[in-house]
Design a protein around this ligand. Sequence first.
Ligand SMILES: Nc1ncnc2c1ncn2[C@@H]1O[C@H](COP(=O)(O)OP(=O)(O)OP(=O)(O)O)[C@@H](O)[C@H]1O
Ligand SMILES: [Mg+2]
Length: 241
Amino acid sequence: MSDNLITLEGVHTHIGAYHILHGVDLVVPRGQLTMLLGRNGAGKTTTLRTIMGLWQASQGRITFGGQDISTKQTPQIAHLGIAYVPENMGVFSDLTVKENMLLAARSARNAEQMDQERLQWIFKLFPAVEKFWNHPAGKLSGGQKQMLAVSRAIVEPRELLIVDEPSKGLAPSIINNMIEAFQQLKQSGVTILLVEQNINFAKRLGDTVAVMDNGRVVHAGSMQALAQDEALQQSLLGLAL
Ligand SMILES: Nc1ncnc2c1ncn2[C@@H]1O[C@H](COP(=O)(O)OP(=O)(O)OP(=O)(O)O)[C@@H](O)[C@H]1O
Ligand SMILES: [Mg+2]
């Protein structure tokens, strides 16, 4: 069994007439949290969508657990054990938190059929999910919706969790809660691929890191090495230090 749960080799993606990904090479080591960083428009979201089959790779290969998923449809890819939390979160505002969770739990028809042990674990990770259980999700704050979105993704065991910018628009105190939750998720053994803009969030959580620019991965290595190298951060991410 390979140490890499998912591997992208020379992946190109076109969206309509636009050539967006120009040969992405990326590996996500099993059991680790991989940070995908890069400037706005670098191609991070497009990479995640291509993994999920929401965009079709026009060239290259994507393998998950050794299996080629490049030409599979999104439901098949999800079924193999990949959960995806998109940028816009996919939370249904008119439904209650409970109903949102139920929709994500494929095997349960009512709350009683949900894996209770897992649910208690999620309530511990994200207390807001329990607190607002019977409230419409539309009433949640941005941060709470973000937490509901991640909760939905982990309501059933998944091998790989892919999350697009979970810290976006969140207050620092909520970001700390989010970091703690991801630390616990890591300890549970799930492999995670996270897109981030917030370098401090990335530094605190990342094991490995890949940095994208112009539709390619231009740097890959350990998060710790990048965190310690401010000149490299500056050149890769253009951070105002
Ligand atoms: N539906 C689309 N049609 C045309 N171009 C698109 C579409 N979606 C994305 N793009 C373009 O693809 C490029 C990469 O976009 P993408 O959303 O992957 O970047 P990103 O790294 O996620 O950026 P951000 O940090 O702003 O979320 C951008 O130039 C964007 O304009
Ligand atoms: Mg994006």
